[in-house]
Design a protein around this ligand. Structure first.
Ligand code: A3P
Length: 314
């Protein structure tokens, strides 16, 4: 998952030496750039992406915090956008390809080189990022492309991350008790963090500019999937007509369907992660089997403090 130093340019190495850095959970060193924490490989990717990615007006960008439903949204958006090209019933790309193989992760795609071509993507292009709003490449903000943002209850997101990290790197995480990781999470010090700041930024952007940013939560998507999927389709300009069914797409992209597919159960993705790591439980409130009441309260307190006055609740 983490590339070596050979891909880092001298400029990036110089920048890294000037950035705040710390040992983090899962990584021997992480760096703070524009307020967020990254591995050095990702910093290279972010820089290349910020400088070289040219958004088209027709692009659709999925932005998420890690472990907040990225895989699900990738599948849903792909199926929605291309529903006239690929029939759900037969040979749908989602039946033979993991959602992460179909929808590129922008800053990771740019880790190795500044020259990345997305020409193989069917039109309109669909891409994903974990970048916070202020770090997005300028063209994403200045063009008319759409941003669908999805976040999740922080306790469930944390627990998902915890299990994902331990599966990814059992040796490195063994020495990290969950209390320590919760503390780092609440301080925003983990790769992909800080969580609350990113959510708030997209939340305010979505209110300021509702035609540009759509704010979605994993919980709403889970509780009223069809309503939310229709709202997303409307937002990205491919709304459903009164007599068109949304249920087939919802079923195709459901946890139950996707997690049972051979392509999502076996093998590894090009990033080295086992395909099945992206499908664990897919539930709301699953944190209860992992977090003690005390740790849940620690996260709740941080959420209350951070979201106070924003109108956001989880
Ligand atoms: P859990 O670990 O709580 O099960 P991401 O895709 O952002 O990495 O998030 C992963 C989380 O989304 C995991 O949560 C995973 O099980 C869940 N997930 C993956 N596919 C899903 C789907 N189709 N529907 C609902 N949840 C899904």
């Amino acid at each position: 998952v983490y590339l070596g130093d050979e891909y880092l340019t001298q400029e990036t190495k110089d920048l890294l030496s000037s950035l705040p850095s710390e040992k983090g959970w899962l990584v021997s060193k992480m760096y703070q750039y524009e307020g967020s924490w990254y591995t050095k490989g990702l910093i290279q990717g972010v820089l290349n992406c910020q400088r070289n990615f040219e958004a088209k007006d027709s692009d659709i960008i999925l932005a998420t915090t890690p472990k907040s439903g990225t895989t699900w949204l990738k599948a849903l958006l792909f199926a929605l956008i291309h529903r006239n090209k690929f029939l759900v019933s037969c040979k749908h790309p989602l039946l033979v390809g993991n959602p992460h193989s179909l929808v590129p992760y922008l800053e990771a795609a740019y880790r190795v080189s500044p020259d990345v071509s997305f020409s193989e993507l069917p039109s309109p292009r669909l891409m994903q990022t974990h970048l916070t709003y202020h770090s997005l490449p300028v063209s994403i903000k200045s063009s008319s492309c759409k941003i669908v943002y999805c976040c999740r209850n922080p306790k469930d997101m944390f627990v998902s991350l915890w299990h994902f990290g331990r599966k990814l790197s059992p040796e490195e995480t063994a020495e990290y008790p969950i209390e320590k990781v919760v503390e780092a999470f609440c301080e925003g010090k983990f790769v992909g963090g800080p969580f609350w700041d990113q959510v708030l930024e997209y939340w305010y952007e979505s209110r300021k500019n509702p035609n540009k940013v759509l704010f979605v939560t994993y919980e709403d998507l889970k509780k009223q999937t069809e309503v939310e999927v229709k709202r997303i389709a409307e937002f990205i300009g491919c709304g459903f007509s009164a007599d068109e069914e949304v249920s087939e797409i919802v079923k195709l992209c459901s946890f139950e369907s996707l997690s049972k597919l051979e392509v999502n159960r076996q093998g590894k993705l090009p990033n080295g992660v086992e395909s099945n790591s992206y499908f664990r439980k897919g539930e709301i409130g699953g944190w209860r089997d992992t977090l003690s009441e005390f740790l849940a309260e620690v996260i709740d307190r941080t959420t209350e403090e951070k979201f106070e006055g924003s109108g956001l609740k989880f």
